[in-house]
Structures are given as structure tokens and as C-alpha cells.
Design a protein around this ligand. Sequence first.
Ligand SMILES: *[C@@H]1O[C@H](CO)[C@@H](O)[C@H](O)[C@H]1NC(C)=O
Ligand SMILES: *[C@@H]1O[C@H](CO)[C@@H](O)[C@H](O)[C@H]1NC(C)=O
Ligand SMILES: *[C@@H]1O[C@H](CO)[C@@H](O)[C@H](O)[C@H]1NC(C)=O
Ligand SMILES: *[C@@H]1O[C@H](CO)[C@@H](O)[C@H](O)[C@H]1NC(C)=O
Ligand SMILES: *[C@@H]1O[C@H](CO)[C@@H](O)[C@H](O)[C@H]1NC(C)=O
Ligand SMILES: *[C@@H]1O[C@H](CO)[C@@H](O)[C@H](O)[C@H]1NC(C)=O
Ligand SMILES: *[C@@H]1O[C@H](CO)[C@@H](O)[C@H](O)[C@H]1NC(C)=O
Length: 315
Amino acid sequence: MLPGLRKISVLTSLLCIAAIAVFFNSSRNLSVFSLGSHKSSLCSCHKCLTDGDPRFTEINTSSPKPFLSRKIMISEDDFNWWKRIYSERYNFSFYNATVVNIFKTFPPVPDVVEASPDRCRTCAVVGNSGNLKGSHYGPLIDFHDVIIRINRGRTKGFEADVGKRTTHHVMYPESAVPLDNTTHLVLVPFKIKDLLWLLQKFNQGENSAVNSKRMANKDLVMILSPAFMKYVHEIWLSKNGSYPSTGFLTFALSMFICDEVSVFGFGANKDGNWDHYFETLKNKHLRTGAHAGSHEYDVIQQLHKKQKIQFFKGW
Ligand SMILES: *[C@@H]1O[C@H](CO)[C@@H](O)[C@H](O)[C@H]1NC(C)=O
Ligand SMILES: *[C@@H]1O[C@H](CO)[C@@H](O)[C@H](O)[C@H]1NC(C)=O
Ligand SMILES: *[C@@H]1O[C@H](CO)[C@@H](O)[C@H](O)[C@H]1NC(C)=O
Ligand SMILES: *[C@@H]1O[C@H](CO)[C@@H](O)[C@H](O)[C@H]1NC(C)=O
Ligand SMILES: *[C@@H]1O[C@H](CO)[C@@H](O)[C@H](O)[C@H]1NC(C)=O
Ligand SMILES: *[C@@H]1O[C@H](CO)[C@@H](O)[C@H](O)[C@H]1NC(C)=O
Ligand SMILES: *[C@@H]1O[C@H](CO)[C@@H](O)[C@H](O)[C@H]1NC(C)=O
């Protein structure tokens, strides 16, 4: 290109940028364009999760991406944190090799709708608490764009209280349920075996199709990153518990893929028991195992008080 032409094209680009800035300024304020600010978090909701609250520091550009992808590998530090959950004997190179294999089968880039100023991504995070029983939240839950359910959470027979739609279902092998063709399977891997499980479930071939083909749509599989799990444990839970529960990881994930978050079915039922809406409680004791259940609950409550999220406590 001739030097003169280049100048003109640079000038044209600058004019374009200015025009865009003025255009945006007419409808929104300019904080997105200020240097050093994080990537645009603006959305078209009445209020966006990440907008202008300096206290809301959990989400920042240095936090890890929530999903694994072919391009982003985790660090050895992250791996060592993760490995400790199950005292795994596998080493980092084995992990690396497994992840390479994973992305030969599953989408190498996670199917995430990115934030955009002309979008409002509303999400319902639906836990399995017995407090959903009799809540009649079904239609309200179904009204959200993204509806995330967890572990053995189900809808059949409970539609009036928990809704019908599921766009994402978060699970690990021991809690897995078959999904329909349009639901994203979000795997929370707690160990390498969980990644191997995923490969095995979907690579059994057409013949031994009994459980593999019906597990979920292969093109909608996403895997939570061990680096993200560590980040949630350290930054969001201040290292309470030995690692975050699936429910809390799901909640934290929603902060990254939604502009507005409504939380349903978390915490105890009206009698103070931590049961599930789809089963009758046998053992009436609060048991949260390796997880700091009540601390996780408190963190969610605090964000509700700060009006960052909406919490629906059910019955
Ligand atoms: C942006 O809008 C504000 C008022 O909303 C105005 O004062 C300011 O001059 C505008 N800036 C530009 C660059 O148009
Ligand atoms: C611009 O947006 C930020 C964050 O959303 C907000 O804190 C600030 O008050 C806004 N400024 C104006 C002039 O609207
Ligand atoms: C941002 O995330 C990083 C990575 O987890 C964390 O170390 C840091 O403390 C966070 N920053 C803020 C301001 O929260
Ligand atoms: C890692 O594990 C693999 C197989 O489990 C083994 O072949 C390899 O030698 C190990 N690498 C290191 C550096 O220990
Ligand atoms: C694993 O992969 C990461 C990222 O590609 C790389 O930095 C690291 O050296 C690898 N480690 C091993 C032991 O293969
Ligand atoms: C499920 O979706 C896949 C691809 O999206 C398609 O090939 C397949 O036919 C669908 N199966 C059913 C039962 O709808
Ligand atoms: C749990 O988190 C709180 C902050 O919310 C922190 O003060 C406390 O030290 C943590 N407890 C443990 C056991 O890490």
C-alpha cells in the first residue's frame, strides 16, 4: 500500500472509532471505552451483573475461563490443586494428553453466548432443595433464557414447581442423568477418571449404544476447568471446605455466562432440612460432606443482599 493511502486509511479508522464512540454515548455512558477498564461488561438488561460495582471484584479479567477449551491449558499449580481432591496418581502429562483427546471428540470451543451491549442473558440456576416443593416457580423459571439444573435434578412430574426447560445440566459421573438432545452437558470433573468417563461414554461406538448414545448431545458437551474450580474455592469461598460443591460451582459459573442471575432451590426446606424436591428425606441431618455448605449458602445470600442476584427461597 502507498504511504499516503495508509495515512488516509488510518485517519478513516480513527474517524470510525470516534463515530462509534459518539453513537454509543448517545445511549449509554462511556465507561466501557476508558483505558484500562475491563472488557465491556455492559448488557441490555435493566441492570447487568458486572456493571460498575467496585465491590464486585470476583469477576475480573485475570480470573480463569470457566470452561476448558483446546487452546487454554491449565497451569501445573492448578493441576496440583485439582489432583489433591482425589489424591490422584496420574501426572500432569497424562492430564494434558487426556484433554487433547477430549477435544478430538467434543467441541474444542465451548458453546457460550458472549456478553454484548445488545443482549440480556437471563439465567435461572435451579438447585435441588426441597424448598421448591409447592413453590409454583415453574413458569417463572421457564421464563429465563438459560436454565441450569444440577446433578440428579429432574423436571418430569415437578413442572409446576421447577419448570420444564433445561438448557444446561451440570453433573459429574456419579450424579449423571441422561439428557435430551438440546441440553448442554456441563461436566464438573473432580478427577481424571471423570474425563475418561466422558470419553468412554461417547466413544463406545454405535454398537454398544445402550448408555452412550443417549447420554447427551456430543456437540453440547462442556467441561468446567479445574483452574476455575480452584479459583472459586480460593476467591469466592476463601478456601472454606476442601473444594466447592457442584451447586456452588454452578452458581459461580452463572456469574460468568449470565447478565442476570436468579437462584432457585438452594438451602434448606421450610423445616430446616437440606433435602431434595424429588425424594423423601430418610436421614434428617444436615450433611454437606467435604463442602462448607453453610458458608457457600452465606456467600449466595450476601450477593442477594447486595442485589447482585435474585434469590428465591421457596417454601
Ligand atoms: C457523551 O454524553 C454526555 C451526556 O450524556 C455529554 O456530556 C458528552 O459531551 C458526550 N460525549 C461525547 C464524546 O459525545
Ligand atoms: C456510568 O456507568 C457506571 C457503571 O455502570 C456508573 O457507575 C456511572 O454512574 C455511570 N455514569 C453516568 C454519568 O451515568
Ligand atoms: C482477580 O482474579 C484473580 C485470579 O483468581 C485473583 O487472584 C484476584 O485477586 C482477583 N482480583 C480481584 C480484584 O478480585
Ligand atoms: C506420567 O504418567 C505416564 C502414564 O501414567 C507415564 O508413562 C509417564 O512416564 C509419567 N511421566 C512422568 C514425567 O512422570
Ligand atoms: C501440559 O500442557 C501445558 C500447556 O500446554 C504445558 O505448559 C506443560 O508443559 C504440559 N506439561 C506436561 C507435563 O506435559
Ligand atoms: C440430536 O441432535 C443431533 C445433532 O444435533 C442430530 O444429529 C440427531 O439426529 C438428534 N437426535 C434426535 C433423536 O433428535
Ligand atoms: C471461610 O471464609 C471466611 C471469609 O468469608 C474466612 O474468614 C475464613 O477464614 C474461612 N474459613 C476457612 C476454614 O478457611
